[in-house]
Design a protein around this ligand. Sequence first.
Ligand code: CMP
Length: 336
Amino acid sequence: MTSTAQHPLNTDEPVDSLTDHEEEARDIVPDDMPSMLSVPTMRSRRVSVSAESIQPSSVSKQEYIVHPKTEDQRQRINAAIANNFLFKSLDDEQAGHVIDAMAEKRVSQDTVLIEQGAEGDFYYIVESGTFDCFIKHDSTSNKVTSYGPGGSFGELALMYNAPRAATIVATSDGVLWALDRITFRSILMDSTARKRRMYEQFLSEVPILRSLKTYERHKIADALEPIQFDDQQVVMREGDVGQNFYLIEDGEAIFYKTAEDGTQSEVNRSSKGDYFGELALLHDNPRAATVVAHGRLKCVTLGKKAFTRLLGPVMDILKRNSENYHAILREASKQD
Ligand code: CMP
């Protein structure tokens, strides 16, 4: 049996109350940050920090933070997390605890939500508004990404007990859902960290992803879904509408094209580290070839939205490669 604990920062406070607590916590972070764990924050009033750092996944199994919510708020949270990969592997009970623990946070334009180097307190999911993410190196600050509705940030410091890796600023008024670090670590962290670790090596060896930063590959890992095919199983058929992008983790895929007389011939083969399925997504075209597993084929896939968003930095390379690919396919059909 699990018991329910009220959030000590309380639930009946006005919506903006989190801002004050966060500001307070931030204000007492010393500039030189000698040790993150020794920094006293609001969080340490709720739970022993040392217990948390020793056994991250065993804390709070018995007690859950609850911010009571209206039906409208629950629906808005569900909409905000609908496409968030971190929530996909949760069972209903875990998802319930996470939603209970979220606190609504309204911010106005120019609010600094997260400051690089500060201690991590909350993970944020964007319901509305836009947010820019900056990383400072030496004295220059570069914008690395931005977030809109459905986006989320602030997981790194909570996962790795590390200082905030970037600064996040609201570029409009907005509404976010803030999830405290205890709930994040006890429910969301394990599966996320496991998945990032599991695909880290593989993704770093995929040629098309080599130019990406580690963090960009982690975001891809969050979104990957594994899928396996038996020998001779058809992965996709020429002419179908394309929904997914595939990376080959293991095994071999054979590509066939149909000539005008209806005969099929092999035009290509791919193996570990190769990708396929991008043409239909890049150009909104039907599948250009039939793909069949040759032996057991192990892949990971990204849906169309994730493909567009997460592979943005390599989109030019994908497009350029796709032109070569078209040339190869044209050559192959001429020879038939
Ligand atoms: P965290 O370090 O907790 O707080 C800042 C957040 O910025 C970080 O978690 C990530 O969620 C997000 N972020 C976005 N892009 C990057 C990046 N390139 N490197 C590190 N963090 C990033």
